[in-house]
Ligand binder design. Sequence first.
Ligand SMILES: NC(=O)c1ccc[n+]([C@@H]2O[C@H](COP(=O)([O-])OP(=O)(O)OC[C@H]3O[C@@H](n4cnc5c(N)ncnc54)[C@H](O)[C@@H]3O)[C@@H](O)[C@H]2O)c1
Length: 299
Amino acid sequence: MKILVTGGAGFIGSNLALKLESLGHEVIVVDDFRGSKKENLKGFAGNVVYGDVAHFDFSALGKVDVIFHQAAITDTLIEDEKEMMDANVGGFRNVIFFAESCNAKLIYASSAGVYGNNAAPNKESDELNPLNAYARSKAEMDKIARNYDGSIPLIVGLRYFNVYGPGESYKRHASSMAYQLAQQMKAGKRPRIFKFGEQKRDFIYVKDVVEANLSAMEAKKSCIVNIGTGKPESFNAMVKNLNEVLGKNLEPDYFDNPYGFYQNLTCAEVSRAKEKIGFAAKYSLAAGIKDYFRENGIS
Ligand SMILES: NC(=O)c1ccc[n+]([C@@H]2O[C@H](COP(=O)([O-])OP(=O)(O)OC[C@H]3O[C@@H](n4cnc5c(N)ncnc54)[C@H](O)[C@@H]3O)[C@@H](O)[C@H]2O)c1
């Protein structure tokens, strides 16, 4: 099949583009590199096209069968609502328009951020509570998808939880906790986490996220589903797993949480993903961390 991956130079997009290519598909990446480096696509043989998805004339690419829309401003600290909405929501509308012109299936990245500080586990039917410009842009995309009454055969939104894995190094402060703590620990420093490390997150390995996208392509009906493990793990467990894989024995350096309000637990309700797209995560945190740091030649 001929497949477009927007944001395909980014963390998740590059993992997805490389996997799709390894499965024998013709893959085109469109990215404007505002948040990524071409190095992520080392070994990728398909076309890499520079373009801002909000304004790009996709018709220049010819017809495609499937679109995986990953491009987005992903920095949750950006407060400029207009910049965020123009890029993320404007980009989504332009991609839908292109999907319509090709009659292509569309799978897009939403985010667990749409749930804000709702109590866990988060269900897709929960009222949304986005707390920053990024999360509001994703909630708006989900609204557009839910109300979509156009002609494309499939539109599937994937609400990723906390993704970690190879290809995220350039994301700096927006990279995963696994990556940031590993950097500290490799430098021989004690990993800094909030007191007393029992906060939990639904961490999901990027290879599972890629599988979720592949499964979504085969969905029978349009839907929006959570992509998490449904098994949250604590910050202390993250440190323990990193110590094991990096061959260290570093105690956490606990510090006071500066936030007035902080989510102590995030967790995806995962039954709908199983039912609608046939996806269930395979990697536990221990298995994901092992695979991640082995793959990078670190352990
Ligand atoms: N990483 C996570 O934990 C996570 C969690 C929830 C949702 N998501 C979503 O998954 C998708 C991929 O995230 P990621 O972690 O790989 O982020 P990333 O920042 O690594 O990748 C995003 C890519 O999109 C590109 N991009 C941004 N705006 C663009 C535009 N207007 N036109 C063209 N390219 C543009 C960037 O250059 C980058 O290559 C995003 O939509 C993000 O919102 C990620």
